[in-house]
Design a protein around this ligand. Structure first.
Ligand SMILES: [Zn+2]
Length: 268
């Protein structure tokens, strides 16, 4: 999970989203706003602005439409990072969208936690909206948001053995630890075998391409061929693995040797 690139929508689409949002906000009390958000969202496929929303979200994905959370499965749902059933005022806010896969989006739909402003270190799960619309208290999200923050400030991927995530922070009482732990749990980032396997495979693929690049470079091979390898590395679908290889190379002698021989690759 890495921070997604910032991209913007056209003015026309932003204005269309703002209109929908205004309709929601003007619908009345909280319960009516939730119902209105659901209604308009349900009809969105007939609305042209959402073609652009999907296109731009696709450009922001790593690889070919990879999920913004797990980087593995194909993204096929426009996900509200802050759920629309709890936060109708964010239903048509561009920064609240990412493209996610079903296995990430499904379980998360039922869960969202905040650190309430009134008790900012206490992780508080908000009740499922099926219980009826209850306006959540103000607070900060527990789930890491790859649209606005760098997940790897919180998460550490073990690329030497388990290919599982752990919190960067050791102290379980910290906000940082709680956010990492919650994100791993809600998105099942460590409990899906296929995900672990995909990261392991990606590591092997990145490493062999890097090796190939370094040896060809040292043999003064054709620049076009070197660029082709660079593009392959940049297109590989698990950028978190690549980011971690760069971050952790100082501890992994085999990687350190390759990056030392071609330090420009650290900027990819
Ligand atoms: Zn996913």
């Amino acid at each position: 999970m890495i921070r997604l690139p910032d991209k913007s929508l056209s003015d026309a689409t932003l204005a269309a989203l703002a209109n929908y949002q205004q309709e929601v906000n003007g619908a009345g009390a909280y319960a009516e706003q939730v119902a209105k958000a659901k209604d308009i969202w349900g009809a969105r496929r007939r609305n042209r602005p959402f073609d652009e929303v999907k296109n731009v979200l696709t450009e922001m994905c790593s690889g070919a439409r990879r999920c913004g959370y797990c980087e593995d499965s194909m993204a096929d749902e426009v996900e509200h990072i802050w759920p629309k059933d709890l936060y109708p005022e964010r239903t048509f806010v561009w920064e609240n969208y990412l493209y996610a896969c079903g296995p990430c989006n499904g379980p998360k739909n039922n869960r969202f936690a905040i650190f309430p402003d009134a008790n900012p270190t206490q992780k508080t799960e908000l009740s499922h909206p099926n219980a009826g619309p209850v306006q959540p208290p103000l607070g900060r999200p527990v789930l890491i948001d790859p649209r606005v923050e760098d997940p790897l400030q919180f998460l550490w991927l073990d690329v030497t053995g388990t290919f599982a995530f752990t919190p960067v922070e050791d102290d379980e009482s910290t906000i940082s630890w709680k956010r990492a732990d919650y994100t791993i749990d809600v998105l099942n980032l460590n409990s899906r075998d296929a995900l672990i396997e995909a990261r392991r495979n990606a590591y092997g693929s990145y490493r062999s391409r890097l090796f190939e690049y370094v040896t060809r470079m040292e043999n003064n091979e054709d620049e076009a061929q070197l660029q082709a390898i660079e593009q392959e590395i940049k297109r590989e679908g698990h950028p978190t693995v690549w980011r971690e290889m760069k971050r952790q190379q100082v501890f992994i002698s085999e990687l350190k040797d390759l990056f030392d021989r071609a330090p420009q690759t650290l900027n990819w």
